[in-house]
Design a protein. Sequence first.
Length: 524
Amino acid sequence: MNKQFGDFQTPPELVKQVIAVLAQTGRRWGRILEPTCGIGNFVKGLLKSTILDNPAEILGVEIQTAHFQIASTIDCSDPRFRLQLINASIFDINLKSDLPWKGQGDLLVIGNPPWITNAQLGVLGSDNLPQKKNLKGLAGLDALTGGSNFDIAEYIWFKLIDELASEYPTIALLCKTSVARSILQLAHQRNLPVARAEITRIDAKKWFGVAVDACLFTINLGSHLNLKSVPIYANLTDREPKQNITIRNGNIISDIAVYEQAAALDGVFPFTWRQGIKHDAADVMELTQLDDGTYRNKLEETVSVEAAYVYPLLKGSNLFNHLSFPIGEGNRYVIVTQHNINEDTRRLQHKAPELWQYLQKHGDVFERRKSSIYRGKSPFSIFGVGEYSFSAYKVAIAGLYKTPKFVAVGPRNKRPVLFDDTCYFVTCDSALQCAALCVLLNSSNAQTFLAATSFADNKRPVTKKLLQRINLHALVDQADINQLYEASKRIEAQIAADGAVSHEDTAANPIMLKSLLLPQRLLL
């Protein structure tokens, strides 16, 4: 793999199997475009196939000169076919107007675009990037942070659909399965003219040596969006679908049969889920407390800063792997330079001189942060922080794990516990409210809903968008209120053991618990 460009060269045998899948449709194409043709393995396979019309044009685009030169040696002496290769970036070509087609035959787009994200390419300093664009139409902070990160293949897919829609092409590309789902989601959000689609799984470990859920994703563009379900085939030789994914209300359902059991829970969560703190400077900002009470950073330096700016920290792995309450116990801490993202950190020069000196000493670490969210902000800024971060009681979940597991978190040593940006959390007014919400979210009903609407192969199976779809009112209505009350009281005793925060127990009996879970005012 060429890390700068994120490309895998497709083995000839895999090319042969991909073309065989297309051949089973009985169609033939007079124009074939390979938008990232590499050294030309797909071109070679096409020239030996039965899916080319007579005559047929093959057009390949490749940015890397070394790959282009190898592909240029392919023998295309057969007068039935016309082969033309272009040494350029697909991002710089208008596919509607710049391609030098001679004929008007049916169009097939085929290939294997890069398996890498725009953020990864940016970190590598690659020039192989599309023009900056909010591809998913995100708003606010989500458009600046991880929510706007996308695979380069996603952008290529969107470009192909957008610029070639009037040609009604067939597009068949190897990609991560998560990319295929993202494009299906985008098609519904933007009403893109996808008339038919199918996903055929491939063994990425066998073909490319990577542990990624991947597929051959094939779509046919038409005059308008016409997708009700998408068949998923287990492999390239199996033509009976293993399952179908369905789209309901613009959301992809992984298992429609399971979804029907919990469809009532598909709604709106009444409180706002938040993401943990993002600082991109773990070596400096994350600390370990030793037995003697001193702190050390990841550079193995002893750290002495004002205690008011140091908070207990839980990372995603802590949440997922915790074995007992209170989960707040531990020796990880994080430095917090702001209480909200607009707060000027320069105040620390006077309010926390030791911390300011420490941060200044490691200024180079902060200067190396590449994310645009820090641009134009005050020095040593962080993100994902607000008054909600300092709530004593929270229900939290690790976003990177396949199995959703919610955890009730109370204060540690009279300090609120904070999370890293792989976690999501919702704040609570009291230990009992926190405990009851945790019990509900871990219930079989909630877990069934999440199983039907999440995808284990996603890099982040649990997202804020998914969590905000949980209908808490329906979840409360489905619960056995007496069992919920007893389970909640047990957890309340565990997370409130610190005794740091006083709270009124407004639910002295099971009946009153419902009003505690669904108060009139929204949480922060």
